[in-house]
Ligand binder design. Structure first.
Ligand code: BES
Ligand code: MG
Ligand code: ZN
Length: 507
């Protein structure tokens, strides 16, 4: 990724292929825009007047400058009514603009940072640092491509466009703020790309061993610690649930343990736990073949955990954070667990496995038990856990369940500001009863017709967390979804930005 440049230039003398202006519905464009409008003989205000452009969210309009200013063309991006402009609107505007320049094959783009003060009454609450960061973040995230598996000549054939220059335009007074914001956006985007790459790799590449090696590499370059527990160590710890899931596969399991110490030595850490099923065939309870290939993304929670650790470390957040990724492949074979088998988890609780496709909760059970050794201030797990979650919430929010109202509210707020929304579902005693087994302590699915699959899965997890503040994010519907201009086709990297926002807030 090329670094974002900061340029101190007045928009009318600045030279670029595409000068991008963010325009609210009120068309109260501030001094920069008024000046440009004048130079363009009123082309800007005429666009509004004729209603060819109304500043609606993500609306776009190209204007040729015909030599009236130095830039070749102007791109107007609508950001909606000023009152409603938050970071997410600007992130989307940043994404929209890079999608536009790819279409037009522009090789340079510069963003005129908006001041968003259209008169005192309807000023947006955003600080200029947040404005710059959101726009840069959206643009960078929108530029993500994954082409590792295209052969060389295919790659060059597709590559008839390269962006050479991405710049933020600012004045001398705001230079430092803009530079800081751009650096932050870059670090966040880098971490999201780590996560997206891991998810995009197919199951024959992104094995538990590959996840572990990648985590080690990232830990080394970002200076946090990373240890890998293998089968032997898991046996010693009695992790029968994690081992049970992996026993049908030839790929050895791994428990990735990452520790970042940015806070005081004795400060209790936040522990993040991410489901790392590198491929989910369903096991002996085999999934249907249609779309089974999508299940290479069943390690999205684990990938988000690794990405979040990278971001925390590169942003040097003053807080202690631990990341745990129980990684395994869920396969059917002569050695696989069978419906009816009973596993003994690390907690000592026994689990009747009635469906081998409900494997995520099994690997998470042992990782959640393991998390207790850190005496954490909070535990947050992320998992592509249930198809039911996609039915309930679709692709616009992950499900959020937990045992602590403060933690839930903090995560909802972070979801709103990061644009990675979380929707709270209830988790009642009645749900916990549904995962009690007749012959073991727990069973991994409920009786037919109980419904509430996302909630009962969380109820199962709750049995392994004790009384630590805990929240569970079911990201099955959002991990692989092109729902926004800054999310290209493929994995979204959901969770990294939500977690960073949360950790920044509590640090
Ligand atoms: N990995 C799947 C859940 C999933 C489904 C993720 C669709 C992403 C998209 C999980 O392991 C699973 O198979 N869950 C079962 C649970 C059931 C057997 C209780 C499901 O949702 O069908
Ligand atoms: Mg499954
Ligand atoms: Zn799964």
């Amino acid at each position: 990724m090329k670094p974002i440049k900061i340029k101190i230039d007045a928009p009318i003398v600045h030279k670029t292929d595409c000068l991008t202006l963010f325009c609210p519905e009120e068309a109260a464009p501030g001094s920069a825009l008024k000046e440009i409008d004048k130079k363009l003989n009123g082309a800007l205000s005429q666009a509004y007047k004729s209603k060819r452009f109304e500043g609606k969210t993500n609306q776009t309009l190209w204007l040729d400058t015909l030599g009236n200013i130095k830039s070749k063309a102007i791109l107007l991006i609508g950001v909606g009514p000023i009152k409603e402009i938050g970071a997410e609107k600007l992130r989307q505007a940043g994404g929209t603009s890079v999608n536009q320049i790819e279409k037009n094959k522009s090789t340079s783009i510069s963003f005129v940072l908006p001041s968003l003060t259209g008169g005192k009454k309807n000023s947006s609450k955003l600080k200029s640092e947040d404005i710059a960061c959101a726009i840069a973040e959206g643009a960078l995230l929108g530029l993500y491509r994954f082409e590792e598996y295209k052969s060389k000549d295919k790659k060059t054939k597709n590559k008839n466009w390269t962006l050479e220059d991405l710049s933020l335009l600012t004045d001398a007074a705001n230079q430092t703020v803009a530079r800081k914001a751009a650096q932050k956006a870059q670090k966040i985007a880098d971490a999201v790309f780590t996560t997206r790459d891991l998810i995009a790799h197919p199951g024959n590449r992104a094995t538990p061993t590959f996840l572990a090696q990648t985590a080690k590499k990232i830990a080394r370059s970002h200076q946090f610690s990373c240890k890998i527990l293998g089968r032997k160590e898991m046996e010693k710890l009695g992790m029968g649930a994690l081992l049970g899931v992996s026993q049908g596969s030839n790929e050895p399991p791994a428990l990735i343990v990452m520790e970042y110490k940015g806070g005081p030595k004795k400060q209790a850490p936040v522990v993040i736990v991410g489901k790392g099923i590198t491929f989910d065939t369903g096991g002996i309870s085999l999934k249907p073949s249609a779309n089974m290939g999508e299940m290479k993304m069943d390690m999205s929670g684990g990938a988000a955990t690794i990405g979040a650790m990278q971001a925390v470390a590169s942003l040097k957040l003053p807080i202690n954070v631990v990341g745990l990724v129980p990684a395994a492949e869920n396969m059917p074979s002569g050695t696989a667990i069978k419906p009816g088998d009973i596993l003994t988890s690390m907690s000592g609780k026994t689990i009747e496995v009635l469906n081998t496709d409900a494997e995520g909760r099994l690997v998470l059970a042992d990782a959640l038990t393991f998390s207790a050794r850190y005496k954490p201030r909070a535990v947050i797990d992320l998992a592509t856990l249930t198809g039911a979650c996609v039915v309930a919430l679709g692709h616009q929010a992950c499900a959020l369940l937990g045992n602590d109202e403060d933690l839930i509210q903090q995560l909802i707020a972070s979801g709103e500001s990061s644009g990675e929304r979380a929707w709270n579902l209830p988790l009642w005693e009645e749900h916990e009863k549904e995962v009690k087994s007749d012959i073991a302590d727990l069973k991994n699915i409920t009786a037919p017709n109980v419904g509430a699959g996302t909630i009962t899965a969380a109820a199962f997890l709750k049995a392994f967390v004790g009384d630590v503040p805990w929240a569970h994010l079911d990201i099955a519907g959002v991990a692989w979804e092109q729902s926004k201009p800054y999310i290209p086709k493929g994995p979204s990297g959901f969770g990294v930005r939500l977690l960073i926002n949360y950790l920044e807030n509590i640090a």
